[in-house]
Ligand binder design. Structure first.
Ligand SMILES: [Zn+2]
Length: 456
């Protein structure tokens, strides 16, 4: 009954939630360019203080503060949340139908940079906390809320922040920033993310570009890069580093069953990028197993030599290639970096491998009771089944939390398949904002009762 009153309050104050999202999105907060960051951090901290939270802004020598807010609850259970207040740069500006930092609602969709990634889910969660406080005078569970300002630039300080506050960051579950609905519009529940290793291969030749007549006797850095790359991945798409696939475990039977459903997304996904088949060509279901459950090796950039029109006969002096691996939960970027260097040395390659960035995988078991509780409460609110992604095909800083504790981490809510995250005309559906708010309220209520999903 109490939850119904909270739901009613969420509906009744929905205009206020939209106004809050408008205020959040009208404030630019572009971490990569250092625009509006302190103002946004202050805005977020003020909203938590309005809710009566104990707010700790944690600054660093460089970069932007983490806002850490704590609210006491009526049961011993504790729920953690993670969001970020920074956004991607809005370019290209001429492709926006309305200015990126002047939010506009059209046909039930709210358009602004940051609406889906991820100020929408942050505002929805704040609205859930507020509705509970207004209806019951408190919260059913205690809450620890982390909002960082550097997610879009690789979260350089998050591990240090979490390490400094371990004792205060314990809980029964962590709700991660958000998960876009699938191509069919079903809400998604995502249980992990891949790791990453991004490196730059560098090679040198003569001290300056030289005439190509020396091509037979001078070392050529572009060839060095090409030979090295050929040793890393073959034309069949397989990575050639010894042992690369050794720790990759096939999906469990329960996970494997999820791919029947995820396979329905394969065609629309290819279509959105003007493609007819995957590389290498795979049936839909197999393509999705590859997307979620297997590691990748992607050439993200390459350069060297003459790039202008026509030809220029030179032996170039330098060349580079940028290579990114996305790693499944059983792989480790540190081990891979060593293996990559050792492989290239063993094969006689004369290239330097420089680390650009690394991130660690994280995964919550499919059968974790908290994941089940999030799903069951969500399905009641949304009135449709959730699509479960055993892991994200991308990366993220969950590892900052899961490296030292076994806290389950689940991403839900906040966006749809057409949300244009990181692109022009980023948007969120207002109805999704309302549903996610109710889902978070229902989850808090269920946790307080110690409700085990199997008994509900
Ligand atoms: Zn993002």
């Amino acid at each position: 009954m109490e939850l119904e009153r909270v739901f009613h309050r969420i509906d009744e104050t929905f205009d206020r939630t939209v106004a809050e999202l408008t205020a959040f999105c009208a404030q630019p907060s572009i971490s990569a360019q250092g625009i509006g960051m302190q103002e946004m951090a202050a805005l977020v901290a003020a909203r938590f203080r309005d809710l009566g939270a104990d707010v700790l802004p944690h600054g660093f020598d460089s970069g932007y503060p983490v806002i850490f807010a704590r609210l006491a609850g009526q049961s011993p259970r504790r729920l953690l949340f993670y969001n970020h207040y920074d956004v991607q740069p809005p370019d290209p500006l001429d492709q926006w139908r309305s200015p990126p930092f002047q939010p506009e609602v059209r046909d039930g969709f709210f358009y602004a940079r940051g609406a889906a990634d991820n100020k929408g889910s942050l505002v929805a969660r704040l609205a859930a906390l507020r509705a509970f406080r207004e209806v019951t005078g408190g919260l059913p569970v205690s809450v620890g809320y982390v909002v960082e300002g550097e997610e879009e630039v690789g979260s350089p300080h998050l591990v240090a922040f979490v390490d400094a506050h371990r004792a205060a960051l314990t809980g029964d579950g962590l709700i991660w920033e958000g998960a876009s609905a699938d191509q069919q519009g079903n809400p998604v529940l995502r249980l992990g993310n891949k790791g990453t290793l991004h490196v730059e291969l560098r090679a040198t030749g003569p001290s300056s570009d030289a005439h190509a007549r020396f091509g037979g006797i001078f070392p050529n850095p572009i060839w060095k890069i090409v030979w090295a790359l050929g040793l890393v991945r073959g034309p069949d798409g397989r990575v050639r580093l010894p042992g690369f696939y050794d720790s990759v475990v096939p999906p469990s039977p329960a996970e494997d069953a999820l791919y029947d459903r995820l396979g329905a997304d394969a065609g629309p996904l290819l279509g959105r990028y003007g493609l007819k088949a995957s590389f290498p060509p795979r049936p839909a279901r197999e393509m999705m197993v590859e997307l979620y459950a297997r590691p990748t090796c992607t050439l993200t950039g390459i350069g060297g030599g003459y790039q202008g029109p026509g030809g220029k006969t030179i032996v170039p002096s330098a060349a580079f290639a940028k290579l990114e691996f996305k790693l499944v939960p059983e792989q480790n970027p540190d081990t891979l970096l060593e293996a990559l260097r050792a492989h290239l040395v063993a094969e006689g390659c004369d290239v330097e491998v420089q680390l650009l960035s690394r991130g660690y995988p994280s995964k919550t078991p499919l059968d974790h009771p908290f994941a089940d509780l999030v799903r069951v409460t969500g399905e009641r609110v949304y009135g449709r089944p959730f699509t479960i992604e055993p892991t994200s095909s991308g990366t993220g800083p969950r590892y900052a939390f899961t490296r030292w504790s076994s806290i389950p981490v689940v991403a839900v809510g906040g966006a749809h398949a057409g949300s244009m995250i990181h692109g022009p005309n980023e948007n969120i559906q207002l109805e999704e904002l309302r549903l996610h708010t109710k889902h978070v309220a229902a989850l808090m209520q269920a946790m307080a009762g110690g409700v085990d999903a199997s008994r509900t």
